[in-house]
Unconditional design. Structure first.
Length: 122
């Protein structure tokens, strides 16, 4: 079963199956290790937080060794949107990809502003 990855506006951008992140078309664009998102070349992109790939500055940003991208899978239809969520971290899903086809298109979400510092604790 796949976990969808959303932007701050509540629209799905991709999905996760195991440790691999795919765009909605089924193209493998990144991997997950310790709830952090990486490109296949091993470069750090962001952290998986509340089913979003975001730039959360308080986490370790070390890179991993590169790996080969897994095969692509069948794409999925657009799932129903969820409610918009803005926790104050910028969406960085568009930075995933291996560079051979260019980076993914950025979302139209505005820059994030921190609204509730206690949300991380609950």
């Amino acid at each position: 079963m796949a976990d969808f990855i959303y932007n701050q506006e509540g629209r799905a951008q991709g999905f996760r199956v195991g440790s691999v992140i795919y765009d909605l078309g089924g193209r493998a664009v990144g991997r997950v290790w310790a709830e952090r998102a990486y490109r296949f070349d091993g470069s750090y992109v962001g952290v998986l937080y509340k089913n979003m790939v975001v730039d959360k500055p308080i986490v370790s940003r070390r890179n991993l060794p590169p790996i080969s991208a897994p095969p692509n899978v069948a794409g999925v239809p657009d799932p129903d949107p969820r409610r918009p969520i803005n926790h104050g971290f910028d969406d960085v899903f568009h930075l995933l990809g291996d560079g051979s086809e260019g980076e993914l298109e950025p979302t139209s979400a505005p820059p994030a502003t921190r609204q509730d510092p206690w949300d991380d604790f609950f």
